[in-house]
Design a protein. Structure first.
Length: 394
């Protein structure tokens, strides 16, 4: 059951959330980088003094975020979720013999994940999970046969009734649809990872489903707070020479770039919209994300690693080259991502304790996400007929 209302009210006061607000947690996809979100959840639980499954009215997730959301909904603390990830990450991302993302996909087998999910969630349906701690649940997936995004949801209504077209679906079945990232894992029949299109950040999906389709009138515009946790992004600052002549096969370069960039652009569009003045009065949206580059990392408090990580002794020694090469399935970076998440959690505890959106002062832009726009150069070049004529046509 939920904690006493007084404890929840006190926790909301610490987060500067009105007592009557519904609280929704949204968790991005990102493979092994989900361990970063877990570190932020550990900080959030420390600040509020209560487990996330008692605090949030709804948890929503995509891919690795769906796994974390399901662990929370079924009564796992952030620390227990971390233990699960530590225990299974190497097995889940164990390469198939001769498996290759671009030339012989998939790269990994789902055997270990399916065994893990079945052991943890057994024969539990989405509504079974939602009923345990009265935590509504949303998991995203992409139905390739139907050509549409699928939202697996379970919302608890009055008299122990539930809404959600797929509320009776096995939880671990829904989770497998959401984590089946193309080229990394085989599809689950006609389903692939929910992050392949718009909803790697499931925030807008959660808002739409809760406020418009849940059937629960307590979800109301103006009375909802959304805490959205990213898994970190690797900025794709590609130099001009590589754009014109990529290293290695062009198809591998462009497919990898597109798979990374499309999900991030979709997330940015959601965040920009929800941060706009028109929406701020409707949704209290708080986004926490970081880019994996030295500009962002040096804003965090430094830490000395217990053991050298990839040849580095401390967080601030890590180089951009190493960070840019980070793949969501490359487990050699797992401990580094965990360390970044831990330091990011400490940074948030000092800066705003999750009590506000994480943006630069006087600007609606992520405080820990690096952007490099050269406005002067763009204006100069693209106002010039000569510059345009000098550009190659093929």
């Amino acid at each position: 059951m939920k904690e006493k209302i007084s404890e929840i009210t006190l926790a909301k006061q610490k987060l500067k959330i009105p007592a009557e607000n519904k609280l929704i947690l949204c968790l991005d996809g990102g493979g092994m980088r989900g361990i970063l979100s877990i570190q932020l959840l550990k900080s959030l639980e420390k600040i509020t003094g209560m487990p996330a499954y008692s605090l949030f009215d709804m948890v929503a997730g995509t891919s690795t975020g769906a796994i974390i959301a399901s662990l929370l909904a079924t009564g796992h603390t952030a620390e227990q979720a971390e233990y699960c990830y530590d225990s299974i990450v190497e097995e889940v991302f164990s390469p198939l013999f001769m498996g290759n993302r671009f030339f012989n996909p998939p790269r990994f087998t789902k055997k270990s994940f399916r065994r893990f999910a079945a052991e943890v969630f057994r024969d539990m349906s989405l509504k079974d999970a939602a009923a345990l701690y009265k935590t509504d649940l949303l998991i995203t997936a992409k139905d390739m046969a139907a050509g549409e995004e699928t939202f697996f949801t379970a919302f608890q209504l009055e008299d122990n009734k539930f809404s959600g077209t797929y509320a009776d679906v096995l939880l671990h079945s829904a989770l497998e649809t959401s984590m089946s990232a193309p080229t990394y894992f085989a599809p689950l029949e006609h389903f692939v990872d929910g992050g392949t299109t718009t909803y790697n950040n499931p925030s807008s999906a959660a808002i739409i489903e809760a406020l418009n389709y849940s059937g629960n009138p307590s979800y109301q515009y103006g009375k909802v707070t959304v805490i959205s946790l990213g898994t970190g992004i690797s900025p794709q600052f590609v130099n001009l020479a590589q754009i014109k002549n990529p290293k290695g096969p062009d198809i591998a370069f462009w497919l990898n770039w597109l798979m990374t960039e499309m999900g991030q652009d979709a997330s940015d569009m959601q965040t920009d919209l929800l941060r706009s003045p028109q929406f701020r009065n409707l949704i209290d949206y708080r986004r926490f994300q970081i880019s994996f580059d030295t500009t962002a990392l040096k804003k965090l408090p430094d830490c000395v690693f217990p053991e050298p990580l990839l040849g580095h002794q401390s967080l601030h020694e890590v180089t951009d080259k190493m960070l840019y090469d980070m793949d969501m399935a490359d487990i050699k970076y797992y401990s580094l991502v965990k360390a970044i998440g831990k330091q990011m959690g400490q940074y948030i505890e000092v800066e705003n304790s999750f009590a506000a959106d994480m943006v630069l002062k006087n600007k609606v832009r992520d405080e820990l996400v690096t952007a490099r726009g050269d406005v002067a150069t763009i204006l100069s070049q693209m106002s010039s007929h000569q510059w345009l004529q000098n550009q190659p046509l093929d």
